[in-house]
Ligand binder design. Structure first.
Ligand SMILES: Cc1ncc(C[n+]2csc(CCO)c2C)c(N)n1
Length: 226
């Protein structure tokens, strides 16, 4: 598969991540969303953990505002902070409420270690590095879900998790992925030059991308263990 139009840096890092990318985007949890075999208890457990995840993910995008060097970078980052807090997080609250999980129970969710490791890894990439480091850690999440949603929309054999699939396969999210990929290319070009692979920083940036990808695999794994 190509980079799905999510930009040049993503295509290169995705390839450099090797089997980890495949294990993330074709995990058994993803297969269960597509064929409807994922137990509801696992899905709801995942959603509750994901709510906590999004809280810290919004903090990481807020850090991207802090680490921005241009108005365009600031605008892209703050737009994502806003989308996360005003759209994505209430969506989780709504789905959980429909399933009988109150806001109080959702907000009291205890964070699993793998969840904690992932978001604090991303935040640390930003605290200890620049916007290139931070975005390398953020991209597997943003673009991986875009790729998974687009594929499941074609291949799903069950309607059970159709709403979840449609959220990520939809044109609005796919457009957000193309914008994130463009931001990533521009931020890297500004900081390491246009010949990404020739930069002395490239290997380390690829490492951050791969580690975040491995932490996504761990997140699916956690989702299957309510
Ligand atoms: C574990 C986990 N990984 C990725 C996503 C997807 N996601 C998180 S934030 C966001 C919007 C833009 O940053 C998207 C698509 C998720 N929900 N949970």
């Amino acid at each position: 598969m190509s980079d799905a139009g999510y930009g040049r840096a993503f295509g290169l890092m995705r390839r450099a991540a090797g089997g980890a990318w495949r294990d993330y985007t074709r995990h058994a949890f993803v297969g269960g969303l597509g064929d409807g075999s994922l137990p509801e208890a696992a899905f709801l457990h995942y959603l509750r953990q994901d709510y906590v995840f999004l809280t810290h993910f919004a903090r990481a995008w807020a850090l991207a505002v802090v680490k921005s060097e241009t108005a365009a970078e600031m605008q892209a980052a703050v737009g994502t902070v806003n989308a996360l807090i005003t759209h994505e997080m209430p969506l989780h609250v709504g789905i959980c409420a429909e399933a009988g999980i109150s806001g109080k129970a959702l907000f009291a969710t205890r964070e699993r270690p793998g969840n904690l490791a992932y978001t604090r890894f991303v935040l640390d990439a930003g605290f200890s590095g620049d916007l290139a480091d931070l975005l390398a850690a953020l991209m597997p999440c943003v673009l991986g879900y875009g790729e998974i949603g687009a594929r499941l929309a074609q291949e799903a054999t069950s309607q059970r998790y159709r709403d979840w699939i449609d959220t990520y396969a939809g044109s609005e999210y796919q457009e957000a992925c193309r914008a994130a990929g463009a931001l990533f290319d521009q931020a890297l070009t500004r900081r390491i030059g246009a010949d990404f692979e020739a930069s002395p920083r490239w290997a380390r940036l690829c490492d951050r991308f791969r580690t975040a990808t491995e932490l996504e695999i761990g997140f699916w794994q956690m989702g299957m263990q309510p």
